[in-house]
Design a protein around this ligand. Structure first.
Ligand code: ANZ
Length: 864
């Protein structure tokens, strides 16, 4: 039995789990038992199949799921497919294959791959966001949003590409040209659906306080929501009429230094304010600005541009007439779309003022050693009348009180968060369940759901901004079920985010055709106890899902305002380390750690060539790497993201077929802390494979007897139980595996293994390497799967060390007996003995000549 037959046993146990539905969580669970809902971010079933990043998070959650089952919890551990999205549609465009067919094939492949990892999902709860029985409820949620006034129509600029005949997303447009083909694009105003997420801004911010999430993710959400406190202030436009420009500022304390104003080019007053002389220049500038994205416009480093409108406004506190400009660094979508510019304290305003020769007045005194331009720090106010001498916070309070009492402005909280643009001009998405009679929109009644996608023969763009659904004439023309009149369907579909906003609810009750989820089951299972997935979703998915969940909470559909109690991001797995040495091209000599620029040594000017070095030729010293054959040559070491073009992509299927799923799982967990970014190293898989082979031999090659374990054996076992248990609880899978390895190393020295110890060890190993563990469990005489065996219980008495009573003599006479642990050194024994009153009494203050310690037997202190 020496060889570890991973292939046979992994196939055997995967088939066993599947046919016995070992991991099925019954719909009717015993709700008196505690529950644990452990969730993975479900994958987008791409054509490329699983990559090594997926199993990282999936193995971690699987370990937790298996562990919690053994601890007596009802565990919900489901998986599904986030399957709407652009790639399937683009593939359809190229090949004519219907997205449904592509998606189905990809799902089948992903399912097989996940099953080959031995993940303990309840496959009876699998969901697919493109299944009409699923998206019926996505559409139902849209109706709830509509009913609550949280979905509305608005004209929104989108990128339109005439040559491609389609709208494009921001990511698909680079410098005003389509990413594919480089055709010119323009912004067009299009009627679209928008979700009023801004109404939840404050609650989305507050709710973060009650979640156990990574600090960095909370911070990113906070920044995205971008709450700021300030004031709105009205500036009168000079001239005949009474128009005012309202600005939003976070620094009303600086307003004595507002020497000019800037409107966003799209601001409604621009036309009105611009003088005849400036009009041409202004409209030209507006045209230019319309081709840039907001991100381009607000980049801090970008050179500021703008145009004078010819108009002036009155600074309400300094009473100066100040010029009104337009500039694209002011966005129409933020605040009021207009600012008072304060170059003394704002860097962008300073750059702009310097460029266009506008006056700069400091209103905060910078420290004497300040050498910069705009001063954004704190200090006493200057040039600011009644504010002079006040520091920022106080000055702000004072000026806002003043503005409010004079009717010039009001306190105001603003959010960066924008309402969520919810329309896409695509085919492969959820149809939006509304119909139009002319401009009049009505929602479909619940019993008309799901509104399914029409079958399209062709996936060509429609050539109009309405999207491909405009081509499905039979589908498009319909009857409004509420009025019986002829109506038209919506041609926009929902964005890819929609299906993933609520999927965790459907897993709870996936076959319910009457309700989105049974409230009793929802109340039992929610919130999700542990959610693991990539940090790339730190903002959008996790914010949108929280938003929908809060809406459903307000609608009484769910029982908790927050969906995910604890969130963890697995770190990215990079490609293998790449080692590079540098060679002088002319001399052929190695050059050690040169500074290279443009293929040349910066210091000597010599032409250098980078040489990739195989791992076999590398030696390590501390944290530095050297060429084995020439150890004075230090190597550059770097790990890169896995990518096809770099050719460093590791295929999980190949690793599994060579080493087995258990070795692969163990390796992914042993690489390092779950949340850390780490390079792949196939040699590491050899290591975990060797470990499993040793486990196999430990139990199958030596006699396992039903004998009473020795105390030392029990101590090792319980130390291991202690470490593995607390490590799983803390998601420190790597150190848990280290503890299991240490156990095996120690146990290898035993001549025989007590049955009890072998069994406990196999149970401890099972969440990590479930296949081999099941096989060994059977080998140890059990008939059933170990999946629901009780997790080994820690007996603390074995952790405490053995104590003995030690006689202590002074000059050969017994003076005390002390209780000490066996494994204590001489120094500690003496210190301990010297605490005894009776010992001290006889030592008195005499010098100690000698301490004679016979370990475990006696201590004799000789004094002179
Ligand atoms: C005067 C001022 C003086 C400002 C100063 C800042 C510093 P946050 O914190 O991001 O909310 N602002 C307001 N609306 C804008 C818009 N539509 N486009 C571009 N910039 C806009 O930033 C608010 C600050 O950003 C506002 O406060 C305003 O400049 C600018 F020493 O007003 B401030």
């Amino acid at each position: 039995m020496a060889k570890y037959p991973f292939r046979e046993l992994e196939n055997k146990w995967q088939a066993y789990w599947q046919s016995n539905k070992t991991f099925k969580t019954p719909t009717k669970v015993d709700t008196t038992k505690p529950k644990y809902y452990v969730l993975d971010m479900f994958p987008y079933p791409s054509g490329a199949g699983l990559h090594v990043g997926h199993p990282e998070g999936y193995t971690a959650t699987d370990i937790v799921a298996r562990y919690k089952r053994m601890c007596g919890y009802n565990v919900l551990h489901p998986i599904g497919w986030d399957a709407f999205g652009l790639p399937a549609e683009q593939y359809a465009l190229r090949t004519g294959t219907h997205p449904r067919i592509t998606t189905e094939a990809n799902i089948n492949r992903f399912r097989k791959q996940l099953q080959s990892l031995g993940l303990s999902y309840d496959w009876d709860r699998e969901i697919d966001t493109t299944d009409p029985e699923y998206y019926k409820w996505t559409q139902w949620i849209f109706l709830q949003l509509l009913e609550r006034g949280l979905a509305y129509e608005a004209k929104v600029p989108v990128w339109w590409c005439e040559a491609l005949g389609t709208t494009l997303s921001n990511e698909e447009v680079v410098d005003g040209k389509s990413d594919i083909g480089g055709h010119p694009c323009e912004r067009r105003m299009l009627r679209q659906w928008v979700l009023r997420i801004t109404e939840y801004a404050e609650r989305l911010l507050k709710g973060l306080e009650h979640t156990d999430w990574p600090q960095s993710t909370k911070e990113m959400q906070r920044n995205w929501i971008g709450r700021s406190e300030g004031a709105e202030i009205d500036f009168k436009v000079q001239g005949g009429d009474s128009s005012v420009i309202r600005v939003y500022t976070t620094r009303p304390d600086t307003m004595f230094g507002a020497t000019y104003m800037v409107l966003a080019p799209e601001h409604p007053l621009v036309d009105h304010i611009s003088t005849k002389a400036q009009r041409n220049e202004v409209s030209h500038y507006i045209e230019l600005a319309s081709r840039k994205s907001d991100i381009e416009r607000t980049e801090l480093q970008k050179e500021k541009t703008g145009v004078f409108t010819g108009g002036y406004a009155l600074n309400p506190v300094s009473q100066e007439a100040i010029p009104i400009w337009i500039a694209d660094y002011v966005l129409s979508s933020y605040g009021t779309g207009a600012i008072m510019a304060v170059p003394g304290e704002d860097e962008r305003d300073w750059a702009f003022a310097a460029k266009y020769d506008l006056p700069i007045v400091r209103t905060v005194q910078p420290p004497s050693d300040f050498t910069g331009l705009a001063y954004t720090g704190d200090g006493p106010a200057i040039n600011s009348a009644f504010l002079n001498g006040l520091y920022i916070q106080e000055a702000k309070e004072r000026i806002i009180d003043y503005l409010e009492s004079e009717g010039l402005g009001t306190r105001k909280v603003n959010y960066k968060l924008r309402d969520w643009l919810f329309s896409r001009q695509r085919y492969w998405g959820e149809p939006i369940p509304v119909v139009f009679e002319g401009d009049q929109v009505s929602s479909l009644p619940e019993n008309a759901l799901p509104l399914t996608l029409p079958e399209l023969e062709e996936f060509k763009p429609s050539g109009t901004p309405e999207g491909p659904l405009a081509l499905a004439q039979n589908w498009l023309q319909t009857i409004n079920p509420s009025s019986g009149n002829i109506a038209k369907r919506e041609t926009n579909t929902m964005p890819q985010w929609a299906g993933s906003c609520w999927y965790f609810l459907r897993y709870i009750d996936p076959k319910n055709s009457m309700q989105i989820v049974d409230p009793k089951l929802e109340k039992y299972w929610m919130p999700v106890d542990l959610y693991i997935g990539g940090a790339e979703h730190a903002v959008l998915h996790l914010l949108y899902a929280r938003f929908w969940h809060m809406v459903l909470y307000d609608a009484g559909v769910v029982s908790t305002p927050e969906p995910f109690s604890k969130l963890v991001h697995q770190g990215m797995i990079l490609g293998e380390l790449e080692y590079t040495a540098w060679k002088n091209i002319e001399s052929g000599q190695w050059v050690t750690s040169p500074q290279v620029s443009g293929g040349k040594d910066v210091h000597t000017g010599a032409h250098l060539e980078a040489v990739r070095i195989d791992e076999e030729r590398v030696t390590k010293d501390g944290d530095k790497f050297f060429l084995k054959e020439k150890p004075q040559i230090q190597l550059d070491v770097r790990a890169h993201k896995m990518s096809k073009s770099r050719g460093n992509v590791i295929n999980p299927d190949e690793i599994i077929s060579q080493f087995g799923a258990d070795a692969f799982r163990l390796y992914e967990m042993f690489m390092g802390p779950l949340e850390q970014v780490k390079p792949w190293n196939t040699r590491g898989v050899h290591g975990t494979f060797r470990f499993l082979t040793r486990v196999w031999r430990l139990i199958t090659e030596r006699p396992v007897h039903d004998i009473k374990p020795e105390r030392e054996q029990l101590r090792l076992l319980h130390q291991t139980i202690d470490r593995v248990t607390s490590d799983i609880e803390g998601l420190r899978m790597n150190t848990a595996i280290a503890a299991l390895m240490e156990f095996v190393n120690a146990a290898f020295k035993w001549k025989q293994i007590p049955q009890e110890i072998a069994e406990y060890f196999v149970l401890l190993l099972s969440p990590f390497a479930p296949h081999i563990s099941e096989e060994l469990w059977q080998y140890l005489g059990h008939q059933e799967s170990l999946a629901y065996e009780s997790w080994p219980e820690l007996d603390k008495q074995y952790l405490t060390e053995d104590m003995i009573d030690l006689p202590v003599q002074v000059n050969g006479k017994l003076r005390a007996t002390i209780r000490i642990p066996v494994e204590i050194d001489k120094q500690q024994v003496v210190e301990r003995a010297m605490l005894e009153t009776n010992v001290l009494k006889f030592v008195a203050n005499k010098p100690v000549n000698k301490e004679i310690y016979v370990p475990g037997r006696i201590l004799n202190i000789v004094v002179g």
